[in-house]
Design a protein around this ligand. Sequence first.
Ligand SMILES: *Cc1c(COP(=O)(O)O)cnc(C)c1O
Ligand code: SF4
Length: 319
Amino acid sequence: MQPWQQALATAFTDPAALLAYLGLDPALAAADPWPLLVPRGFAALMVPGDPADPLLRQVLPSAAEGLPRPGFSLDPLAEAAAERAPGLLCKYRGRALLLVTSACAVHCRYCFRRHRPAPATTPSGPALAAALQALAGASDIHEVILSGGDPLLLDDAALQALLVRLAALPHLRRVRLHTRVPVLLPARITPALVALLTSTRLAPVMVIHANHAAELGAAAAAALDRLGQARIPLLNQGVLLQGVNDHSAVLAALAERLFALGVSNYYLHQLDPVQGAAHFAVAPTRARALLRDLRAALPGYLVPRLVYETAGAPSKLPL
Ligand SMILES: *Cc1c(COP(=O)(O)O)cnc(C)c1O
Ligand code: SF4
């Protein structure tokens, strides 16, 4: 077992154990069919004794998840309708998104795919063959985005096999990874993985996901440095979350930390209205005000694009 697989195997899955580790009342957690999952390295970045810790809030099942809210649905982005083959989402021109696994290194309570059934796609399965065949026939697609779940939970052999098959499609130019692993499971970013990502004909791009500067500790910084040394372009997409990062000072600190680690501040997403996440929503007027504050406080290149997604639009839309 590799160290990162070990780290995943020893992650917190019991809310009471995580709360006890933080010196908090185990009764703070609610039961939820979608279980808690938090690697110990991430838990170590939380402030002990603080029930409002912004990292804890992102991962702890809360009673608020059970409250239905009008407009919050199981598939808020109508992804099912954009599925060209099982696990292959074609929404935007030139890009296709491939769901390669349903596993993640963490369960984020606001995740818009939290109700999605595990995709039939596995790196070797017939469903993947169908997705690759659809990609092969789509010569207008130049970039494939590996997503999930988290594509970096595939082991090196599975990832390598996938990249070889993608590189054989002549119209593909880039392979992008949407991954929270450099933040949540930085040990996964081994020299072997970096070599694998840079060994393909396809230009790699990595989009990480951090919402708060405190998520980016020393281990994540070292992992990002390994990727940056290999000249893999690094971008961040975060989600604007009530009680986590809905203050301009918090967003500014995140922007500064990302810059210090060589990561561009690409997107700040408005929360997708997924059932169970309504308590994370930030009203559009407040979101716009936060961005105005941020533009006044930071150089333009540190300000993320504030966007939202709506089914049927040709791109993510500025708010
Ligand atoms: C977000 C997304 C993309 C990528 O959009 P960019 O604006 O290029 O980052 C591609 N496909 C799908 C289905 C997406 O949801
Ligand atoms: S890592 Fe990404 S896909 Fe996985 S639960 Fe979090 S937001 Fe969802």
